[in-house]
Each structure stands twice: as C-alpha cells, then as structure tokens.
Design a protein. Structure first.
Length: 406
C-alpha cells in the first residue's frame, strides 16, 4: 500500500521517525511530506533514510508528474503526525499553499491525524471547532494523550505513541473481511527441556505467526495467539485490542492451549514450529561429559498437534465450518518437490490449506522475509506470496477468505 505521512512543525516530529519505520517494516511504501517547519526538527536526510523515498516540501519539484496532486491521488492512506494546531486549522480551511496542503486536498484516501500541541491550544475553541469540522468530513483522529509536554508542561495534547498510530493506520488499510470470526494462531518454536540448562528447539522467531495474528486482527477478527518462546520485540507487533496472547514453552503446553482455544475458533492457523521429539526424561540436574551423562539422550515423539486438530474435526468435535491451516517449512530446492511433499502432508494432517514455506539462509526462520505457496484441498496451489512476513500473512488470509467463501 502507498502511505503518505505528513509531518508538521512540532517537537513530536521526532516520534514520527519511528512511525515511518513501523509502516515501512509492515511492508508499505511510505512517502514523507514534511512542512518547512518540520524540517527544523528532523531533517530531510533522516526522512529519506527511514522511508527509502525522496523527500521534498515544494510544489515546484517534479512538476512534470504534477507531484503536488499526484501524491494525494496515489495514496491509499494519508497520516498527519504530528498535526499541530496550525495544521489542523489549515486542513479545516482547505489551505493548500504547501505540498502537504495540496496532497490533503487531492486525496480521496482515508486521512488519519495525530494532534500534538500544548494543552491550552488543544482546549481552545478554535481548535475544537476545527477538529469537529474535520471529523464531520470523515477524517480519523487518534489522540492526543494526557502526559508530559514540551517545556515541562503536562496535560492533554501529547501525540499518541508511534506504535498506536501505526496500529490505527493499518486498521484503516485492512479489509474487514474477518469481522465476526474467532481465530487461533500459534507462533514461535517449542523447547523441550533436556536438563536445567539445555533444550531441544529450533530457530523459529515467531515473526510469521505474529504477522498472521496481527493481520487477522486488523481485518476484524478476534484473535488468540499461542506464543511459544517468542521474544518481546516480536510480540510488540501484536499489540492490539483484539489479540490475546497465551505464552507456552513446550509442545505439550502448546497442544493443551491450542486444543482448548480451537474448540471455539472459526479458523486455526498452526504457524508454530513444534518439536517432533522430546527427551524421554528431563534431568533435574545438569548433564555433563565428565559424568558421561551426555553420551545418550533417549527421545520420544511429541503429540502431532496439527494432526490431532484434524482428527477432532473429522470426529465432529470442532465448530461447524472450522478452517484449519497448517505450515510446513521445507529446504527442498525444487519447487515441484516442495509442492508434492506439501500435498502429502495436507492429506495426512487433514487440513484445508497447507502453506509450504522455504527455509533457507534468506527466507523463513530468523528472517524478516518469507516465501510461501498455499496448497488447497484439490492439491493445487491456491496462493503464493513472497516478501515481508506481513505481506505473506495478508496473502494467507486472502486464501482463507477465498476457501471459506468457496
């Protein structure tokens, strides 16, 4: 999606650098349109480095492309953060004597504003009237918050946090085709303890599962995310009022949590990397080479959580019409070999859709990008996507929506 981020001249402009970073990280093409005053707080090189797009404030640049209206015409969303009292007034009056003003007048996309100013300015009747005018025109508002302000003041007028603004922006972009659905998603990798300091595990970061959960919530679903050993940094992406996080460690804990949640879920997506084996016994003390206790570790199979969910559906112990989605990480280099293995696994597990993702140095575990093909009930590839894990998540949900509507 193409997002324009307008930045007006307030000290909160420094926080918008993180906002732009979050939107770019979510897979969107972001163009920053600062006012001249905004550049006194954060310079153009910073905006260009973070957005990966050129930055200008002038309506006279790139005249051949009619840039002063092209940005607004091509935008899927316009965000103004911070929106100062001056900028709100100019928006309400339709003043367009700079690039941000012409962009706002030329766009038919949703507009989200994040006000930031001193408390007295926010409370002034003129500002309140301007905000009412903008809201009546369909402009979306986030904040301001009550908290510390520039100059040591405090009160209502603090710009909302970048993470909250990004979340609001992504909600405006997402189709609401999952509204009313309850969704269960597993993410991360289970760890099977050997002794107090060692475990059997894998390299899954949980980023793909987190992206799947966030995409579902942004599209209207109520989401339960079962997170197996997922770092707090990754879980920051799923900060959302419609996402509940359930922390687990082992395959047994994941199985118990997912089985319970799946009993009332319309869609279950098993994106976690679940250990196939665990030590037959967990040692209460550290095993050592000196004692010879590391020479042999007996393993036993863990429960196949995905297959068990498929069995429960076949036995009529799942909600009617439940959609079950599995994941398979493959290192096979030949695409047809990967698809053939995915078809066999889909049949064996009893799932509706199976997403086979490449696991190599550039994709999958531990990476910010991924590439998947989704195999459907007839064995055909019903969807394919590569790119950021959020882009892959969007393609996966498109396939789920299509499958449920078939």
């Amino acid at each position: 999606m193409d997002i324009v981020v307008g930045v007006s001249g307030g000290i909160a402009a420094y926080k918008s650098v993180q906002l732009v970073r979050l939107l770019v990280k979510a897979g969107h093409d972001v163009t920053v349109v600062p006012t001249e005053d905004a550049l006194r707080f954060v310079g153009a090189p910073t905006w260009e480095a973070i957005s990966r797009n050129p930055v200008t404030t002038s309506v006279h640049d790139d005249v051949a492309r009619v840039r002063h209206v092209a940005l607004g015409q091509g935008a899927d969303l316009v965000v103004v953060a911070p929106a100062t009292a001056n900028t709100l007034a100019r928006m309400a009056a339709g003043i367009a004597d700079n690039l941000l003003g012409t962009t706002l007048l030329a766009t038919t996309a949703p507009v989200l504003v994040a006000p930031a100013m001193h408390a007295e300015m926010w409370a002034h009747p003129a500002t309140r009237a301007n905000v009412r005018t903008l809201v009546e025109r369909g402009v979306h508002l986030i904040g301001p918050e009550d908290g510390p302000l520039a100059g040591g003041d405090s009160g209502p007028g603090r710009m909302s946090e970048p993470e909250d603004i990004a979340a609001a922006a992504l909600r405006l972009l997402a189709p609401q085709d999952l509204t009313g659905l309850r969704v269960a998603v597993s993410a991360g990798g289970t760890r099977e303890p050997i002794d107090p300091v060692r475990y059997l595990g894998n390299r899954s970061s949980g980023r793909q599962g987190a992206a799947i959960a966030r995409e579902a919530a942004d599209r209207g679903a109520e989401v339960d995310l079962v997170a197996a050993n997922v770092d707090a940094e990754v879980l920051a992406v799923v900060r959302h009022p419609r996402i509940r996080i359930h922390h687990v460690g082992t395959a047994a804990e994941l199985s118990q949590a997912v089985t319970s949640i799946a009993a009332s879920s319309d869609v279950v997506v098993m994106a976690a990397a679940v250990a196939d084996y665990r030590p037959a016994e967990e040692s209460a003390h550290k095993l050592t080479k000196e004692e010879g206790t590391l020479d042999r570790i007996d393993l036993v199979e863990t429960e196949d959580v995905l297959a068990a969910l498929g069995d429960r559906r076949r036995a009529g112990r799942a909600p009617a019409g439940q959609t079950l989605v599995g994941f398979a990480a493959e290192t096979l280099t030949d695409a047809e070999d990967r698809r053939a293995r995915a078809r066999r696994k889909r049949e064996r597990k009893g799932v509706d859709l199976l997403a086979v993702n490449r696991a190599d140095a550039a994709h999958g575990f531990g990476s910010t990008v991924n590439a998947i093909e989704v195999v459907g009930e007839d064995g055909s590839v019903v969807a394919a996507a590569s790119g950021t894990k959020r882009e892959v998540a969007a393609a996966l949900w498109d396939a789920v929506v299509a499958q449920r509507g078939a």
